[in-house]
Ligand binder design. Structure first.
Ligand SMILES: [Zn+2]
Ligand SMILES: [Zn+2]
Length: 116
């Protein structure tokens, strides 16, 4: 049952299977969210983000992981169990996401925000 009437199948009327995975952001610890840096901080991280060291000292990152909300696990798309249609939509989503990211980076670059 679904309230979607697109008639062509979408993630609303044909939701892809999901599976619980250990949260890749906090490695299942449920704490210490460090954004997309993960847990491996490099010298460049501190150079790029002058506030990073202070944030860590301030305990900004001693908080429940926002990715998994402190549960240590996240629901991920279960690609092997997807039907062909579901997989195609999943791939289209990923492509779209990658495009959006590239576009956002380009815009930031052109407006000079990229290095600030
Ligand atoms: Zn639909
Ligand atoms: Zn997490």
């Amino acid at each position: 049952m679904t309230d979607c009437d697109c008639n062509e199948g979408c993630s609303a009327c044909d939701p892809p299977p999901t599976v619980w995975k250990i949260c890749p952001t906090c490695k299942g610890e449920g704490v210490g969210y460090l954004g997309n840096r993960g847990f491996v901080l490099t010298y460049e991280d501190f150079q790029e983000d002058p506030d990073l060291k202070q944030d860590i000292l301030d305990g900004v990152y001693d908080q429940p992981c926002t990715h998994c909300r402190g549960t240590g696990k996240v629901k991920m798309p279960d690609v092997p169990r997807m039907t062909d249609a579901q997989r195609a939509r999943h791939q289209a989503d990923l492509d779209h996401e990658a495009e959006c990211w590239a576009e956002a980076r380009n815009l930031a670059y052109m407006s000079g925000d990229y290095w600030s």
